[in-house]
Write a protein that binds this ligand. Structure first.
Ligand code: PRX
Length: 658
């Protein structure tokens, strides 16, 4: 039992029923899981039966010979936007609100399903006029405004493929993603509001497109109203284009395995990976998981606080809730604007009943104190969720008590950009069972989650190992854009034939899953996924840097923050000015979320004999711990070598600290 788990279980005695061994609820979800695994075709065909397909030919699931991933609904034909929108038109549902939206300055908009349907059709008409057709890529670089939803849904309506880039990324990061996806159209806004200031998105696009020869058109939504440069040949205003847009554009029915989108995410190398999702498998997974986990009813107002630039926004703001016909709330800006009770105020005013957020946000609120939520009536809430990183039991308890008033169900949901949707989480929409603070509990239908040791053998209960998924599931991503070999190598070669999630995990004696953080060189900084190598690559581009090693240091609120050890080239002095310059350099190359919390100038970076950076050892030094277990440092690095490296680095860093 881990320390966390011990603490969690003590706390549990206070808050929740114990004696969890096997409850009828657990038996029920395990039974459904087994059924979906035993009969994937029947199970997922039945789920897909609620959705519209223009053709249903062939099996729902095909195993690909010698490949550990499946093909879902490959000969069926459908359209994602049709299922999110057209399916409701002409029914009792069409006048129900799809999104209540609030901008950071306090402006509000509400769109019914009929409104959203009209706007998406018009947006699709504009994109079509700009030459976008089936299979083309459209990059979306937008603030959290309704037009971002229109842009994404309009793209998939045309059978085109969107690549949404998070609005916090820099011009360089945006240009790299536009070029990798070869997008010919970019959708953006003049700006977005963040903490009372304007994020100048159009300006960043202007810089990015200097490096993206294939971009033909930039469509600009007016949000903030500040002056922006418009290139006469390339740029056009959405509010102008929409005047002549058609009210209806027929949705393009595409095969189930047609890509719906690319979403770039960090891996262990410097180059971001374009996770590419299917149309039908992804859709069916969201349709199923949104119900199982969030149990949204017509009485609910559901709010997912993620940004549309991340997978959580794609799956559980845009597609999952609209596939279920839910009414969602959407917010543009910062949690602390104008004060730290902005969220609680909005929950009270709009009567939000389901809240889905991140442990980082919760820890941020804990730091500000209970006084902020206490000022508001949060009694409308009934389900509160968490995603993006392990939720520590203390944060879980605070969330349970101070936001959930000791009565809301907490759904701690484990999944990844690659998985398309939630894989492990409590499922109040299917069955109820006791929770344990810090555990994501049990897998959803058809998720064969197995914790394995180094050799791929299942770990005994209570032992930490690697999370693997040993059977394809419908939401599984299909490939890495333009690099199928890398897809196979990164995800399916460590344990041949099964999906390697690169997370540590443990199953306790009651069978509950505990997700224990990344097992690779990826950090989770305030829930954002950042590769250590990507920051190293950014640092090395600076003329003063000879070499660098980046690690994630524990942080009370953000979980981890990057810390860099930097070796300077001869002739450069380790001055505070240079440190500042390097920080600015990383900010300009990768964006604010990647900026190191600390840079140490060192003489040497500890490495194994085969030149792999010894990150665990660096973490020990940076977090001021004695040298940990070195027996598993690869590469036969001897204990003496590791000790020497530790002492040298410690001396360097101690010097830098003084
Ligand atoms: O380490 C896990 C962590 O987030 C990683 C996936 O990050 P990303 O692709 O950015 O997707 C985040 C939103 C789905 C995972 O490998 N993670 C996500 N949710 C949890 C989690 N770790 C523990 N508990 C969770 N509930």
């Amino acid at each position: 039992m881990t320390q966390n788990e011990g603490a969690a279980q003590d706390e549990l005695k206070e808050a929740l029923p114990t004696g969890t061994h096997i409850s009828p609820g657990i038996e029920r979800i395990q039974e459904i899981n087994r059924e979906a695994l035993a009969h994937p075709n029947e199970f997922w065909s039945k789920v897909a039966g609620d959705l519209y397909f223009s053709e249903r030919v062939g099996p729902a699931f095909e195993r690909i010979e010698d490949a550990p991933y499946g093909r879902w609904f490959s000969q069926w034909k459908t359209n994602l936007s049709y299922n999110c929108l057209d399916r409701w038109i002409g029914t009792d549902h069409q006048h129900r609100v799809a999104f209540h939206w609030e901008g950071e300055p306090g402006d509000q908009r509400s769109l019914t399903y009929l409104d959203l349907y009209r706007e998406v059709n018009r947006f699709a008409s504009i994109l079509r006029d700009l030459g976008v057709k089936e299979g083309d890529r459209v990059t979306v670089y937008m603030p959290m405004i309704p037009e971002a939803v229109f842009a994404m849904m309009a793209t998939v309506r045309l059978g085109a493929i969107h690549s949404v880039v998070f609005g916090g990324f820099t011009a360089q990061a945006l240009a790299d993603r536009i070029n990798d996806s070869k997008s010919k159209v970019v959708v953006t806004a003049d700006g977005g509001w963040r903490r009372g200031k304007i994020v100048e998105l159009k300006k960043i696009v202007d810089q990015a497109v200097l490096q993206t020869p294939e971009v033909q058109k930039v469509l600009v939504v007016r949000r903030t109203g500040q002056p922006v440069d418009m290139d006469e040949d390339r740029d056009l205003w959405y509010h102008d284009a929409v005047k002549s847009a058609a009210d209806y554009v027929a949705p393009v029915m595409v095969p189930g395995t047609h890509p719906s989108y690319i979403l770039y995410t960090s891996g262990t190398t410097g180059k971001p990976k374009g996770a590419c999702h299917s149309t039908a498998g992804y859709m069916v997974w969201l349709y199923y998981s949104t119900h199982a986990v969030f149990d949204i009813t017509p009485r609910d107002l559901y709010w997912c606080t993620a940004d549309i630039g991340w997978v959580t926004g794609h799956s559980y703001i845009i597609y999952g809730p609209t596939l279920r016909g839910a009414t969602s709330f959407m917010y543009e800006g910062a949690a602390d604007f104008p004060a730290w009770d902005r969220w609680w105020d909005m929950i009270q005013r709009h009567r939000v009943s389901i809240l889905y957020t991140s442990p980082t946000a919760i820890r941020g609120f804990i730091k500000q104190g209970e006084k902020w939520p206490e000022k508001h009536d949060l009694s409308s809430l009934r389900i509160i969720g968490s995603v993006g990183e392990p939720i520590n039991p203390e944060a879980w308890q605070w969330y349970y008590r101070h936001i959930g008033a000791n009565r809301c169900t907490i759904v701690d949901t484990w999944w990844q950009t690659e998985t398309g949707g939630i894989l492990i989480a409590p499922q109040p929409g299917v069955a109820k069972y006791p929770l344990k603070p810090g555990s994501a509990t049990f897998p959803l239908a058809g998720v064969k989650a197995v914790v394995v040791d180094d050799h791929g053998n299942p770990c005994p209960k209570g032992e930490k190992g690697f999370m693997t998924i040993q059977h394809p599931w419908p939401g599984q991503f299909m490939t890495l854009w333009g690099d199928h070999a890398r897809y196979k190598q990164v995800y399916f070669s460590r344990f041949p034939g099964i999906y390697y999630a690169a997370d540590f995990s443990m199953q306790d004696q009651d069978g509950y899953f505990w997700l224990l953080g990344r097992a690779d060189e990826v950090m989770k900084v305030a829930g954002h996924r950042i590769s250590t190598t990507e920051i190293e690559d950014a640092l090395i581009m600076h003329p003063a840097v000879a070499e660098s090693a980046v690690i994630g240091r524990k942080d009370e609120i953000k979980m981890e923050v990057p810390v860099a050890c930097v070796i300077l080239k001869p002739g450069f002095a380790p001055t505070p000015q240079l440190r500042e310059e390097l920080l600015v350099h990383v900010r300009n190359t990768m964006g604010p979320i990647a900026v190191p919390a600390q840079i140490y100038f060192v003489e040497k970076v500890p490495k194994t004999r085969s030149a792999k950076i010894m990150r665990r050892l660096i973490r020990d030094v940076v977090e001021e711990r004695p040298l940990g277990d070195v027996t598993t440092l690869e590469d036969e690095t001897s204990i003496e070598e590791a000790k020497r490296a530790y002492n040298e680095l410690k001396a360097d860093i101690d010097r830098a600290r003084t």
